[in-house]
Write a protein that binds this ligand. Structure first.
Ligand code: PYC
Length: 316
């Protein structure tokens, strides 16, 4: 393989325990005119960079990467494409919170509102003091309620299908304790649901694959509305409450008449971190508003030596 990369600078952060790795120097320049076509270009021409940055030996299955690119809409500060161990995300709220705190750490943005273009729409992120960020996400919606799916070895599981910037299957009725000591069984259960959705051809709108599975239970902490466990596309679980998953949840709550504009939904993650969610209804669309915070964990230069057989990651 010809050497294509020599040095890439990244800044790492975590949002409620979920890591984000932002490429701040040395990444590819994408020349396509729209965000979906920039994503296609990244996937087609530079997928090895995704693989090299988030997978072993430099990364791990839990890391979400972010590539900054030129904005496509006048008034937007930047474009951003999020990626993970197996591919690309439509939108990522924990990643947006991490990105904002990273840009502030680098002195590239000031406190206040900034628009960011993503492959699935433009979001508005507001940087507050002390690493807090509010994200007005893409319009979210539920496309089907209480859909039954036959899960081998388990039986019928019911879930809502909703969009929050990625596609989610949201399950309220199950017998699992949402507890950090129970990660292995939660992963097996949600992975079995994910496979059953595929085998039964249960999809999001326009035949989209449902690649995130979300379980809910009441929280044991007073004042917190719910605790979740979210399985991400690459079989890792989200350490944060998952902002796009919380957006999908907010859309379901609004549709069920359980959350009105002005109300607050406090969503706890499986590791105990918190997002605060609200909805705004604009032109008949549900806009989820998610608030969380991020912390910078490192700055690094990744090196790609021509004699390193694993310089672009361990081949899949
Ligand atoms: O916060 O939207 C999110 C997210 C998606 C996947 C991991 N985190």
């Amino acid at each position: 393989m010809a050497q294509r990369l020599t040095r890439v600078r990244v800044v790492d952060s975590h949002t409620g325990g979920e890591p984000t790795r932002v490429i701040v120097e040395g990444g590819p320049t994408l020349s396509s005119p729209s965000m979906p076509s920039k994503l296609d270009e990244f996937r087609r021409d530079h997928d090895y960079i995704r693989h090299a940055l988030v997978n072993e030996p430099r990364g791990s299955a839990v890391i979400v990467g972010a590539l900054l690119c030129d904005p496509v809409n006048p008034g937007s500060a930047a474009g951003v494409i999020f990626f993970n161990n197996v591919g690309y995300l439509g939108m990522c709220v924990h990643g947006t919170i991490g990105l904002m705190v990273t840009l502030s750490h680098l002195g590239r943005i000031a406190l206040g509102e900034h628009k960011l273009d993503t492959p699935v729409g433009t979001v508005t992120a507001t940087l507050h003091e002390h690493g807090e960020v509010t994200v007005a996400n893409v319009p979210s919606r539920r496309t089907a309620a209480r859909v039954p799916v036959q899960v081998p070895g388990i039986g019928t599981v019911h879930g809502d299908i909703a969009w929050g910037g990625n596609w989610f299957f949201l399950v309220n009725e199950h017998s699992f304790a949402l507890n950090i000591n129970n990660i292995e069984s939660l992963t097996q259960f949600t992975w079995a649901i994910r496979k059953a959705l595929e085998e039964n051809n249960i999809k999001g709108a326009d035949g989209a694959r449902i690649d995130h599975i979300e379980l809910f239970s009441p929280s044991s902490t007073p004042g917190i509305d719910s605790k979740n466990f979210v399985l991400c596309p690459g079989k890792e679980y989200d350490r944060s409450p998952c902002g796009t998953g919380t957006s999908a949840k907010l859309a379901c709550l609004y549709e069920d008449g359980k959350l009105q504009p002005g109300g607050v939904w406090r969503q706890e993650s499986i590791v105990g971190s918190l997002f605060e969610g609200r909805v705004r209804v604009q032109d008949g669309q549900i806009i989820p508003i998610i608030k969380g915070s991020a912390h910078i964990t490192s700055e690094a230069d990744f090196l790609f030596h021509a004699n390193d057989p694993f310089r672009y990651g361990i081949p899949e």
